[in-house]
Design a binder for this molecule. Sequence first.
Ligand code: ZN
Length: 212
Amino acid sequence: MAPSHPVAWITHPASLRHSMGEGHPECPQRLQAIEERLRGGGLLGRMQQVEAPAATVDQLLRVHDSAHIERVLQADTSSGLVWHDPDTAQGPDTAAAALHAAGAGVKAVELVLADQAELAFCAVRPPGHHAERSRAMGFCFFNNIAVAAAHALAHGLERVAILDFDVHYGNGTADIFAGDGRVRYYSTYQHPLYPYWEGLLRPFLGASVMAA
Ligand SMILES: [Zn+2]
């Protein structure tokens, strides 16, 4: 039976607790702005409200190496932020937020594949597309869309397309699926912006070309 609200809104309170410090542009207000806009326009009430589960380590291991996962999950934030790169800081609530952000994509895939939603919007932080197989970077810890795509493949889908709309190139997603003919990755971005060198080099190595 078709769900009464075909669009799922998937989020988790941990997304709002994750903070990379005062004044950091990747802040909880980004998510609050989206939610307020949708609520004000009456759209939010017409979506299924779904809480994002935490991704499991096994789900993360499909796209990240274990050393990277451990670095995030076992970071000691008791004496302040842990910096993974000059842009990407981990605080006490970051690991939980990152797990639920990745889990949101897993849940989205499951809802759509089970015909319980026609499409899903994951309103989560931290973002994911800069996180590579073995490192966090560019505000991203786990590559949420890659975790979701790998989950779809694990559920028997033969091909997955990822369309990435952002001002930045999704170097992490390209890195993870390079050479994987099951995944075609399309990234729109403004050049030359972050991560600078990637946009010039990586398309020739990335999944979208390797899949051809
Ligand atoms: Zn970006």
